[in-house]
Design a protein around this ligand. Structure first.
Ligand code: ARG
Length: 493
């Protein structure tokens, strides 16, 4: 084990493993090891530029950091007896570059601003990764919708057959919800992408550092204005988790439908075998396990958000070690969401929809009755409420024929619809699910031409989001390239 370079001045006594592990954030810090190295590099370049670290020392530090950057951070840096990865990497640096050089890097900073910076760097990358999977999912939903613009199916309210719609309309409903989550992620990105570095413990530093420079080198948009807020604020993590919670809630709704639709009661869909499991005792079983696990993990992510929120709510300014316990919740929320989005995209891509079955169910339970009432309004000028009551009364007799409607018209308002011109044919048309759907031409509705427009619009929005994402990714990569080349410059100087 490398030597714990932080404790030896102020504290005595060797910690036992129980205490060391209890305090260490090493496991969660694996996800910020690479960001931490970049933070070290940016800080070094800036210290050197500001004349706060001499060239010979900067060169030694740069060499050690660059080696870790290209060859990977050695296992020793991840020893759980270090309190965190910042101490681990500093230990490694001092071991390689010597205390006289390596011991100079932690000037004008603290692990408090260091960790806050690392978390933001990692979350930035995670946002782009999740956005990519969400984009794939949306692309799949749009494509599948395009295949099913004419697939008539029942729509439900209260889980009762309500009115016919199309599968395209149903799939695009989810796409639109996921698109709003993508918007939220892009907005979250902008707020995450601000640099706390240079805030040190919380009160900044008396050394003339250049925060704008490290900000730029690390690809951040701007610096956080208040150093106290910068080290102790985790609202970016809460925002991320709340955004993921909403995203997963929508994924969970879709999973719930896949589970329901693949049951023998409904039989609207057959999921690909790879997303299903069987039973260890019942040989006939095919269970939609991926969808179930995902529905469960929507709860895990919501729980992670809740845990993080509760961690924050009682903390006084500024840094408190409790903040370390928030980090694993953040990673938990992120990793479950990332995996879920990829799986959901695949599951939707390979799902086989049973279009005959959907059509057969589409007028079940008099679900076209609204259109018949609308017809009475349109053709005979009845008030909608009167038409609604006439059709409702007809439904009581379990069949809708001209005779039944005629009787209902007389009972409800003493009129003869037959004398007004209602025919058996007109009733049949009004009750035809395909015609009912075709009549729904209002923006946002299921009629084929409207849905085709929607598909074009949705694809355009998706393309815009992808372009924004690409731009952000390129900006981060450019910043990293510049940083590494400056480090090389220090080595070669
Ligand atoms: N591991 C710590 C965290 O995750 C880093 C900051 C430690 N700061 C301190 N004052 N002990 O928050």
């Amino acid at each position: 084990m490398r030597h714990d370079q932080i404790r030896e001045g102020r504290l005595t006594g060797e910690r036992n493993t129980l205490i060391a592990r209890y305090l260490s954030s090493m496991e969660a810090d694996r996800r910020i090891a690479s960001p931490d190295l970049r933070v070290d590099m940016a800080h070094l370049v800036m210290l050197n530029r500001q004349g706060l670290i001499a060239k010979e020392h900067a060169q030694k530090i740069a060499t050690a950091l660059h080696r870790m950057y290209t060859e990977g951070i050695p296992d020793e840096a991840f020893d759980e007896r270090f309190e965190d990865i910042h101490a681990g990497i500093e230990g490694e640096l001092i071991a390689k570059a010597g205390i006289d050089s390596g011991g100079r890097l932690h000037l004008a900073r603290s692990r408090n601003d260091e960790v806050a910076t690392c978390l933001r760097i990692r979350v930035r990358e995670d946002i782009l990764e999740i956005l990519t999977s969400v984009a794939t999912l949306r692309e799949v939903l749009i494509r599948r919708a395009d295949e099913h613009t004419g697939t008539v199916m029942p729509g439900f309210t209260h889980l009762q057959h309500a009115q016919p719609t199309t599968l395209a309309h149903h799939l695009l409903a989810y796409e639109e919800a996921f698109s709003r989550s993508a918007e939220r992620l892009l907005e979250t990105f902008a707020r995450v992408n601000r640099s706390p570095l240079g805030s040190a413990a919380f009160a900044s530093t008396g050394f003339p550092i250049d925060r704008e420079m490290t900000c730029r080198l690390l690809g951040f948009n701007s610096i956080l204005g208040n150093s106290m807020d910068a080290v102790s604020g985790r609202d970016f993590a809460l925002e991320m988790l709340s955004t993921l919670t909403i995203l997963m809630a929508d994924a969970s709704r879709l999973c719930e439908e896949l589970i329901l639709w693949s049951s023998a009661f409904v039989e609207f869909v057959e999921l690909d075998d790879i997303y299903c499991s069987t039973s260890s005792i019942m040989p006939q079983k095919k269970n939609p396990d991926c969808a179930e696990i995902m529905r469960g993990h929507a709860g895990t992510v919501a729980g992670a958000f809740q845990s993080a929120l509760v961690c924050m709510k009682g903390l006084p300014m500024s840094y408190n070690r409790d903040l370390q316990t928030l980090t694993p919740h953040l990673w938990n929320g992120i990793s479950h969401t990332a995996a879920s989005m990829e799986i959901l995209a695949g599951m939707m891509d390979t799902a086989v929809f049973n279009v005959e079955r959907m059509y057969r169910e589409s007028d079940r339970g008099f679900s076209t009755a609204t259109e018949l009432a609308d017809t009475l309004v349109r053709e005979f000028g009845l008030p909608f409420r009167t038409a609604h009551n006439i059709v409702g009364r007809a439904v009581r007799s379990k069949e809708i024929t001209l005779t039944v409607i005629e009787r209902a018209g007389k009972e409800i308002s003493g009129i003869s619809l037959q004398e007004m011109g209602l025919t058996e044919d007109r009733i049949r048309d009004a009750l035809d699910p395909g015609l009912v759907v075709a009549a729904k031409k209002v923006a946002g509705g299921p009629a084929e031409e409207v849905i085709c427009d929607a598909i074009r619009i949705r694809s355009g929005i998706l393309k815009d989001h992808n372009e924004t994402m690409q731009m952000q990714r390129r900006a981060l990569q450019d910043a990293e390239d510049e940083l590494v080349s400056m480090i090389r410059g220090l080595i070669e100087a």
